[in-house]
Design a protein around this ligand. Structure first.
Ligand SMILES: [Mg+2]
Length: 259
């Protein structure tokens, strides 16, 4: 049951600041994708370390650095791991068997079921119940996104036409955000975890209010290595419950929260 006052206050607040719809990122905003990557990367490094008698930390540093480099050319395409492992194998002088096994572990990322964060489930249920317009803007391989939609039950909260998949072979930039919008960009309240792929490009696309959530995944440093201090309507949050409770906030205080 949705509390009618909460519903009314939330809706009033949104309309007061000009938000007519929500645009929500998926990975590490709605579900713990980063920890899944971190676990599989750790397992791959443990295997490499064990098979070749190498320091675990060296294996982790090498894999992380090469993966970050390859993100800049391959973005979120899962085939990136093939290139990453070729480079890791060459740098650490790995056997073909170790290379193949480590690659197999990394590719398990895309077959491991994942669940919604509890606060994400609450928020989605709330805006669905009150029928507030909403879209999802996700950046991933479309096959994997199809699986995530099922695992997360996203069709309970989003019309299929409102789940927008950004091409895995390019960035999630302003044009990609803009393409997902069915109305004026400034009508959307944005929610996401990445400065590089969410807050900065959504702002450049015309979104005026952006809620940047910190999930503490500690894995995608390059996703956070972007200055967002000049974005006036950027709000830092630690839970999506904060968005649901907007009725308790004073709009005039919703500016430039400390990092
Ligand atoms: Mg994300």
């Amino acid at each position: 049951m949705v509390n009618e006052t909460a519903e009314k206050n939330f809706t009033n607040w949104c309309y007061r600041v000009g938000i007519e719809a929500w645009a929500v990122d998926v990975d590490d905003t709605l579900c713990p994708t980063g920890p899944l990557f971190r676990n599989k990367m750790l397992q791959a490094c443990q295997l490499i370390s064990g098979n070749h008698g190498l320091e675990l930390e060296l294996c982790q540093k090498t894999l992380r650095e090469i993966n970050d480099e390859c993100y800049r050319t391959h973005y979120v395409n899962p085939l990136r791991w093939g290139t990453v492992m070729e480079l890791v194998a060459s740098k650490l002088d790995l056997s073909r068997k170790t290379h193949d096994e480590a690659l197999g572990i990394l590719m398990e990322i895309y077959n491991t079921p994942i669940k919604l964060f509890p606060d994400a489930e609450e928020f989605l249920a709330f805006i669905t119940k009150i029928q507030f317009p909403r879209i999802a803007v996700t950046h991933a391989d479309s096959d994997w996104t199809g699986k995530k939609i099922e695992w997360l039950g996203l069709y309970r909260y989003f019309d299929p036409k409102d789940i927008h998949i950004v091409d895995m072979n390019g960035p999630k930039g302003p044009d990609e955000w803009r393409r997902a919008f069915g109305r004026r960009p400034s009508c959307y309240g944005g929610i996401g975890d990445s400065r590089l792929s969410d807050a900065r490009p959504a702002y450049e696309a015309g979104v005026e209010w952006f809620f940047l959530i910190n999930r503490n995944t500690g894995i995608w440093n390059l996703q956070q290595d972007v200055d967002v201090k000049d974005i006036p309507g950027l709000i830092y949050i630690d839970s999506l419950r904060r968005v649901k409770e907007l009725d308790f906030w004073h709009t005039e205080n919703l500016v430039k929260r400390p990092e």
